[in-house]
Design a protein around this ligand. Structure first.
Ligand code: PRP
Length: 173
């Protein structure tokens, strides 16, 4: 593969500390442990795995895989659900977990889908918020880092399916 230049934006130690803080917030807000965390594949798999290991309350874990369609900052508003969550949702404290919020299409549309299943409450956790790119509003209850620009890879984030395994978040140069 052609050599790609990357610069570390958030190293493993910084990410680890922030993820632990988010897990503490979640544990505090949901003391009765009625939690269902839903990771949006593929990008959320590292964040979710680290997040749940710092929770101090019980939780269920499930995944969904969706694909959004749009170009640049203009999204078509179409979300295809490739693999939906299987765990019953009614009455649970559900948290949707994703690696990054960009245009907001993915989380805003999938949130609507989950809302229909009558969760007791429904929150959103994202490791990285790229708010300048927002097209659809998403309320982020738990947010790791905010960035303005740059193409990010690592810690679950990919470029053409590469770099998801990196333990830091890097910006492509
Ligand atoms: C990425 C990311 C989010 C979504 C954010 O997923 O993981 O789910 O895009 O973009 P949005 O806010 O503009 O909707 P992607 O579709 O690249 O798939 P992946 O998770 O498999 O990498």
């Amino acid at each position: 593969m052609t050599q790609v230049k990357k610069r570390i934006l958030f190293d493993a130690e910084t990410i680890g500390a922030r993820v632990k803080e988010l897990a503490t917030e979640i544990s505090t807000n949901h003391p009765d442990g009625n939690l269902l965390l839903i990771g949006l594949l593929k990008g959320s798999f590292v964040f979710l795995a680290d997040l749940v290991r710092h929770l101090t309350v019980p939780c269920e874990i499930d995944f969904a895989r969706v694909a959004s369609y749009g170009t640049g900052t203009v999204s078509s508003g179409t979300l295809e659900i490739i693999m939906d969550v299987q765990t019953p949702i009614r009455g649970k404290d559900v948290i949707l977990v994703d690696d990054i919020v960009d245009t907001g299409l993915t989380l805003s549309e999938y949130r609507k889908r989950i809302e229909q299943e009558d969760p007791r409450c429904l929150e959103v956790a994202a490791l990285v918020d790229k708010a300048a790119r927002r097209d659809k509003h998403v309320n982020l209850d738990y947010c790791g880092f905010q960035i303005d620009e740059g193409f990010l890879v690592g810690y679950g984030l990919d470029c053409n399916e590469q770099f998801r395994h990196l333990d830091s978040i890097c910006v492509l140069e």
